[in-house]
Design a protein around this ligand. Structure first.
Ligand SMILES: C[S@@+](CC[C@H](N)C(=O)[O-])C[C@H]1O[C@@H](n2cnc3c(N)ncnc32)[C@H](O)[C@@H]1O
Length: 293
């Protein structure tokens, strides 16, 4: 018997339904929630009640069989962990500016095109930071086409990212020169980025469990603090897909608390959380138009 019950107006999930939901989320979105029973109960209770279900059991059965994208979107909005902030793991941004960009500039001088992917971008702090670094770096170097693709599976954060409005309080860590040049006030409490910073970032919904079929391979992939929620086989498979989508000589940056499996990692290890694809095997394709991601 299914023992999902309502106790004192609080919905609890049975072990059986919990496992069904955990397996569904892991298989389809990679996220491993096996240690997160309380998180599931607390984050989904209002959704379940709002949809008129009276138990987790009803809801889980519905979710496992529905094709309704709206309901899956709500589920993902609730179950993803989107914590991020400006200048997070800042040493990566220094490495990007001081080492990666000069290297790419040298190797791609004839094409003057570079492509960056912020995979698991949450509410946009990471890709907008990359856009500011690119803008600074290429400001006196005409003819360069630089672009940042920023993707996530949570529409909630993706919409916030597209809007690009942040609390002034939360932008305090950005260098003063950026605050002066690239931020404009929206009201007393909020600010946003100037168009040239915003327009250089394309936001798209993308599930990292799906095949990577963007037409343009990437010079740099930032996938930081995303794979911590994935199990090892899921991570290994994603790394192989990232590798195929990386230009020769391109980079992969992951979160500093994350590690890759040394045995089967195709990238070369450069330093903690920083990897590079060998220069030799060329996969560089000609760029298409900006929206061709
Ligand atoms: C903790 S945030 C990291 C944000 C940013 N990269 C950083 O380091 O601050 C992790 C993001 O990964 C996204 N995510 C989790 N699983 C995903 C998947 N299968 N496909 C795409 N994005 C995913 C979540 O929605 C969340 O916004």
């Amino acid at each position: 018997m299914n023992d999902t019950t309502i106790t004192f107006d609080k919905l609890t999930i049975s072990q059986e339904d919990f496992i069904r939901l955990v397996q569904f989320v892991q298989k389809n979105y990679g996220i491993n929630l096996i240690q997160k029973k309380h998180l599931i109960e607390s984050r989904l209770a209002s959704t379940i009640k709002g949809k008129g279900f009276t138990s987790f059991s009803q809801y889980v059965s519905y979710i496992l069989n529905t094709n309704n994208p709206k309901d899956l979107e709500v589920l993902l909005n609730k179950l993803t962990t989107n914590h991020t902030f400006f200048m997070r793991e800042n040493s990566h941004f220094d490495f990007f500016r001081d080492t990666i960009l000069p290297h790419i500039e040298k190797t791609k001088m004839s094409r003057k095109f570079l492509s960056i992917w912020s995979a698991g971008c949450s509410s946009g702090q990471e890709p907008y930071t990359l856009s500011m670094i690119l803008c600074d770096y290429f400001k006196n170097k005409p003819g360069w086409d630089t672009r940042v693709l920023a993707t996530d599976i949570s529409m909630n954060v993706l919409n916030k990212a597209k809007e690009g409005i942040y609390l002034k309080e939360d932008t305090k860590e950005l260098p003063q020169s950026w605050q002066r040049t690239y931020l404009v006030s929206v009201n007393e409490e909020q600010c946003t980025f100037v168009p040239k910073i915003k327009n250089n970032v394309i936001f798209k919904e993308f599930n990292l469990m799906d095949p990577i079929q963007f037409k343009i391979p990437f010079d740099v992939i930032f996938c930081r603090n995303v794979m911590i929620y994935f199990d090892q086989p899921t991570k290994d498979a994603l790394i192989q897909r990232f590798y195929k989508a990386t230009n020769a000589g391109g980079y992969l940056l992951i979160g500093h608390s994350e590690t890759l499996n040394k045995e089967n990692c195709p990238y070369q290890y450069l330093m903690p959380a920083t990897y590079q694809k060998k220069q030799t095997t060329s996969t560089v394709k000609k760029p298409g138009i900006f929206n061709s991601y």
